[in-house]
Design a binder for this molecule. Structure first.
Ligand SMILES: C[S@@+](CC[C@H](N)C(=O)[O-])C[C@H]1O[C@@H](n2cnc3c(N)ncnc32)[C@H](O)[C@@H]1O
Length: 508
């Protein structure tokens, strides 16, 4: 918990580094409120139709109207002032829309609105706008607004199309039902966290299924049942841990399931390696706790972390344990599950793209390749407690992917050579793989340690040893990635000598 403050700051800084929001989306209540539209053409017609749906009290100033607008005016749906906009007062209006085809008139409207501090939308003129109109997905009472800060309305409409296909047509029915039951649920489930859990169960369970299928009375009954049985199970049973693989760094490499669970969690325990940007997918009120271990810095021990995880779940929280890469590949996920299982708590595990897969793909290095490499071994570059690396004998046709151990590349390459790997074996180090900082260093095993020092290779880095690393130039596709070649002939020669001595010793 001690780390929380500084790590929250790190998260905020990461978010700040991305481009600032240009428009704050707001949902305006325009029922019976005065809105001015200047212009009577086709564009104004579309704006008027939308404002009528929102229940606004519209005044249109325009010498002429389209046929449709004329009909609406004749029906008394809005007030028409048949004249050009002059130095009109904007004071009576909450919002102003300039929709003429004359830029000078539009600019005059925008200036008058600015002087009166009224928000003004000028159709197709981003510079003059103080608010912009989003593309809308309408599942009333649910409304989704999509904006591109005025840069690409076509893109916003395309996104609207995508969202339209994802959302059930009767989503609004579920929202109506929630509105009807809101007060009763609030009275019966008084704890806010509990209540949120209750509603989450409603919107993802059988109640929602009935509502989406048009069985409104079944939905009501199911909700009644859920409410009457809520609270009869004990709190710990509602808590759950989600061990979620965040992927190796690129923010879009988390799975859909992982993101869903991240978005429902009450608490997120995240690693140093899990991209800080991913935390924006957590709930706004979720508690974010960094439990990552930083080499040579005080940090939470694995035992403390297991205890924290268990106690949070026992208190009824849904805890997303967001781990870099895959939770079960050098992620200590097994130890955390052991602690949860021992305490009899619920958990789920969501796999992630591991560093070996991510780095290989983004560096253009196939881990296996027909006729070149038939096996891949994921192992660690760390040494045993006595300092000796954990490395097996050389296997022809095998690619090695070594996690961790950047500071021990000298010991590691010596151990590999002692185990039959050639000093000329091609290797690649992928530093900060899948991120915009990705760098690929290509060298040979005998020059690896020298490369680490000369090129200042920093963690996180993944070492790949094997023939397929030669494909990095040919298959490298990830544009931000840099590729550097390194060779230190004297270091490689020393490695050759030691390799020959080893081979002679091994010979009968
Ligand atoms: C404690 S292990 C965690 C591995 C993780 N569970 C996985 O499946 O990728 C940390 C090591 O993974 C590797 N690693 C993780 N992210 C990486 C990245 N973006 N680029 C290169 N290596 C990475 C490095 O070798 C790092 O030292």
């Amino acid at each position: 918990m001690l780390l929380l403050g500084s790590l929250r700051a790190r998260y905020r800084a990461a978010l700040k580094a991305s481009s600032p929001m240009q428009h704050l989306p707001l949902f305006a209540d325009l029922q019976h409120r005065a809105v001015l539209v200047v212009g009577g053409g086709v564009v104004a017609e579309r704006r008027v139709a939308l404002l009528l749906e929102a229940g606004a009290a519209i005044t249109v100033i325009a010498p002429e109207l389209t046929e449709r607008l004329g009909e609406l005016a004749a029906d008394g749906r809005f007030t028409h002032q048949a004249r050009a906009f002059a130095a009109d007062s904007i004071e009576p209006y909450w919002l102003v829309i300039a929709a003429t085809d004359d830029r000078a008139v539009n600019a005059a409207v925008a200036a008058a609105a600015g002087a009166a501090k009224r928000f003004c939308n000028v159709v197709d003129d981003k510079e003059l706008c103080t608010f912009i109109m989003p593309a809308i997905v309408d599942r009333a009472p649910v409304t989704i607004a999509i904006g591109s800060s005025g840069l690409s309305p076509v893109l916003a409409r395309w996104i609207k199309g995508v969202i339209e296909t994802l959302l059930p047509a009767r989503l609004g029915a579920l929202a109506e039902l929630a509105g009807r039951w809101r007060q009763r649920v609030r009275e019966q489930v008084t704890d806010p966290t509990e209540r949120r859990h209750f509603w989450e169960r409603v919107v993802t369970g059988v109640v929602a299924e009935h509502a989406f299928a048009g069985r409104d009375s079944d939905a009501d009954q199911a909700l009644e049942l859920a409410l009457s049985s809520w609270g009869s199970d004990d709190i710990a049973r509602r808590g759950e841990a989600y061990l979620v693989g965040a992927g190796p760094g690129g923010i879009d490499l988390i799975t859909i399931r992982g993101r869903q669970l991240l978005a429902t969690a009450d608490v997120v325990l995240y690693d140093r390696l899990a991209s800080a940007e991913l935390l924006q997918y957590a709930r706004r009120d979720a508690e974010l706790i960094c439990v990552g271990k930083t080499p040579r810095r005080p940090s939470i021990s694995q035992k403390q972390l297991n205890r924290l995880l268990v106690s949070l779940v026992q208190s009824g929280k849904r805890v997303c344990r967001l781990k870099g890469g895959d939770p079960f590949i050098f992620g200590r996920g097994g130890e955390e599950l052991e602690a949860l299982a021992e305490a009899g708590l619920k958990f789920q595990v969501v796999p992630g793209v591991s560093a070996a897969e991510g780095c290989a793909a983004y560096a253009g290095i196939p881990l296996t390749l027909r006729g070149v490499s038939q096996a891949v071994l994921l192992t660690t570059g760390h040494t045993r407690d006595d300092g000796t690396p954990i490395i097996g004998k050389h296997q022809p046709g095998q690619t090695l992917a070594l996690y961790m151990g950047v500071a021990q590349y000298a010991e590691l390459s010596s151990a590999l050579i002692a185990n039959g790997y050639s000093p000329e074996a091609p290797v690649a180090v992928v530093e900060s793989g899948t991120t915009d900082r990705q760098r690929v260093v290509r060298t040979v095993l005998g020059s690896l340690a020298a490369a680490q020092v000369a090129l200042e290779i920093q963690p996180p880095a993944l070492l790949i040893v094997g023939e397929t690393t030669r494909y990095a130039e040919r298959f490298g596709w990830f544009a931000p990635s840099k590729i550097e070649h390194f060779s230190d002939e004297s270091a490689t020669e020393r490695a050759r000598v030691s390799y020959r001595q080893n081979s002679n010793k091994a010979a009968p």
